[in-house]
Design a protein around this ligand. Structure first.
Ligand SMILES: [Zn+2]
Length: 236
C-alpha cells in the first residue's frame, strides 16, 4: 500500500512534467505560481459583488422563508461561461480543491469589506448520501471549508444531515421527482447552532427550496442569526 502511494506521487510529478496543468476555464498552460486558474481568468471571474447591497436579489428571494442577516452569491452562472466550467470541475471531475480555493478567495473578499465577526460557524447544505458515496465529497462543503478558513471561523460539515428515506419503494419512485424537497433535513449537533451566527452554504441557488428547508430546520434551534452564501447564482 505504502509503496503504491509513493509510486503514485512519483508518477504524478513525472506526469506533470510531460503533461503540464491547464487553466480550468481557458485551457492555457499554468505557470508554477498559478493553481487551477490562470491569473487572467482569476481576475475576470464574473463576481456578483452583491455583498455591497444588503437587499440584493438572493436576500429578497430567501428572506421570504426567515429573517436573514445576510445573503450573497459569489459568482454569476451563465451557460458556457467560466462559472459553469468551474462548477463542472467541482462536481464531476473530482476537484474539491477548486471549491475550497473559491471559498478562501470569497472569504478574503468579505473580510476586507468589513465582514469580520459576522459569522460563527459555516454549515454546508448536505448532499444526499447516495450522491456523497458516488462523488466522494460534498461540493458545498469543499467551498464551505475554504470560506470558513478565509473568514477565520470553522465549518461543521455535519451540522445538517439528510434523514434516510424510510418510505416504501413505490412511494419512493413517485417521490424521486421531488428529490430536492422530499429529503428531510435534521440538525447534526444543536449546540453549534443555538445562539450562534450560522452561515449556510450551497453551490448554486436555483429555486431556493432546498435552502429554505435547511433554514427552517436551523431556525428551530434558535441561532442568533442566519446567513446564506452560495458559490453561484444564475444570471437574470
Ligand atoms: Zn485561464
Amino acid at each position: 500500500m505504502k509503496n503504491n502511494s509513493i509510486i503514485t506521487l512519483f508518477l504524478n510529478d513525472f506526469l506533470s512534467l510531460i503533461f503540464p496543468q491547464h487553466c480550468l476555464t481557458c485551457n492555457q498552460i499554468l505557470v508554477e505560481s498559478e493553481e487551477q486558474l490562470c491569473t487572467n481568468c482569476r481576475f475576470e471571474l464574473p463576481e456578483t459583488n452583491d455583498f455591497k447591497d444588503k437587499n440584493n436579489d438572493l436576500y429578497q428571494k430567501l428572506s421570504v422563508y426567515f429573517p436573514l442577516q445576510f445573503a450573497s452569491s459569489y459568482l454569476v452562472f451563465t451557460k458556457l461561461g467560466k462559472t459553469q466550467k468551474i462548477l463542472h470541475a467541482l462536481k464531476y471531475y473530482n476537484n474539491p480543491e477548486i471549491g475550497e480555493m473559491l471559498g478562501r478567495w470569497y472569504g478574503n473578499i468579505l473580510i476586507s469589506n468589513g465582514f469580520e465577526n459576522q459569522f460563527d460557524v459555516v454549515i454546508p447544505v448536505p448532499l444526499h448520501p447516495k450522491k456523497l458515496k458516488l462523488r466522494g465529497y460534498n461540493q458545498s462543503a469543499a467551498f464551505g471549508k475554504g470560506l470558513a478558513s478565509g473568514l477565520h471561523i470553522y465549518q461543521e460539515e455535519n451540522g445538517l444531515i439528510r434523514q434516510k428515506n424510510t418510505v416504501t419503494q413505490t412511494k419512493k419512485k413517485r417521490m424521486e421527482r421531488w428529490d430536492n424537497v422530499s429529503d428531510i433535513f435534521e440538525v447534526g449537533n444543536k449546540d453549534i447552532i443555538y445562539q450562534k451566527k450560522v452561515l449556510l452554504v450551497d453551490d448554486v441557488i436555483t429555486t431556493g427550496a432546498t435552502i429554505g428547508e435547511c433554514l427552517k430546520v436551523l431556525h428551530q434551534h434558535q441561532p442568533e442569526s442566519l446567513s446564506v452564501i452560495t458559490i453561484a447564482t444564475p444570471s437574470r
